[in-house]
Design a protein around this ligand. Structure first.
Ligand SMILES: NC(=O)c1ccc[n+]([C@@H]2O[C@H](COP(=O)([O-])OP(=O)(O)OC[C@H]3O[C@@H](n4cnc5c(N)ncnc54)[C@H](O)[C@@H]3O)[C@@H](O)[C@H]2O)c1
Length: 255
């Protein structure tokens, strides 16, 4: 008799998390390892990614690290092959989390900054998803998990560049979900909100912090660990009948 798996168990699964040197990405890598997955921690900052992998290993998890700029397709190919090597050449989960912001009001927004947002967020997710595809499991355990933002759903003042890239990720998620359903690969996106280096200014600068807090129904920020559970859901058997969805995990900013 086969033993019944706990719905959120990731034992025997491999995962790549991009932009996982800190913030939400490292919390997701740690949550995946705690759930039993072997995790490749990647970031443009390879040293910081290595420190996260070491922390996971020291806590008894299985992790390795690699420097990966998501704009670099050859490096993405190498990362996916390496992570698949954890589990006999089959990759289970890719989380497209890497990101940056460059806020500016529209008249001051340069084409270069828009292009940079598109390159890192949209093309980065495209590169890593396409690099992962040849390795992704086709037995229902293969997952592409993209990270978007409330900015891409309801818009944000001073973030035309970032919002455009994040909205693009939503369109890509939905089309990929339809296309990859025939391979039994599930594709979803999360729109998180958490206290990370990315949100330091809007959480602490008196010009923005009170208004920002007012937009969150729960009137507080979450630590990255609090949003990581939803990433475990999308990686695990618990979400086996969910695809093409965008889940805000933001204390009720998007309702
Ligand atoms: N923190 C929030 O409230 C929030 C809200 C909405 C969406 N997000 C999204 O969540 C994701 C994680 O954000 P975070 O808050 O943890 O930010 P963060 O700044 O703490 O972490 C982002 C990580 O991405 C890495 N990175 C940047 N450019 C990269 C590149 N080209 N290739 C690979 N790695 C790169 C950085 O080195 C960093 O470690 C991002 O996609 C962000 O847009 C965050």
């Amino acid at each position: 008799m086969t033993e019944k798996r706990w719905l959120f168990d990731l034992t025997g699964r491999s995962a790549v998390v991009t932009g996982a040197a800190g913030g939400i990405g490292s919390a997701v890598a740690e949550a995946y390892a705690a759930a039993g997955a072997a995790v490749l921690v990647t970031d443009v900052d390879g040293d910081a990614a290595a420190a996260v992998a070491e922390r996971i290993s020291n806590n008894g998890g299985k992790a390795d690290s690699m420097a990966l700029d998501v704009r670099d397709r050859a490096a993405a190919d190498a990362a996916m092959a390496r992570a698949a090597g954890f589990t006999e050449g089959v990759l289970h989960v890719i989380v497209n989390n890497a990101g940056v912001t460059a806020p500016s009001m529209f008249p001051d927004t340069t084409t270069e900054s828009v292009q940079r947002m598109l390159d890192i967020h949209l093309m980065g997710a495209f590169n890593c998803a396409q690099a992962a595809l040849p390795f992704l499991a086709t037995d229902g355990t293969g997952r592409i998990i993209n990270v978007t933002s409330s900015a891409g759903i309801i818009g944000t003042l001073g973030q035309v560049n970032y919002s455009a890239a994040k909205a693009g990720i939503i369109g890509m998620t939905k089309s990929l979900a339809r296309e990859l359903a025939r391979k039994n690969i599930l594709v979803n996106a999360l729109a998180p909100l958490a206290a990370t280096p990315m949100t330091t200014t809007i959480r602490t600068d008196e010009r923005f912090a009170p208004q920002m807090l007012n937009r969150i129904a729960l009137r507080r920020w979450a630590e990255p660990e609090e949003v990581a559970g939803a990433f475990v859901f999308f990686a695990s058997d618990a979400s086996s009948f969910v695809t093409g969805q965008v889940l805000p995990v933001d204390g009720g900013m998007v309702i």
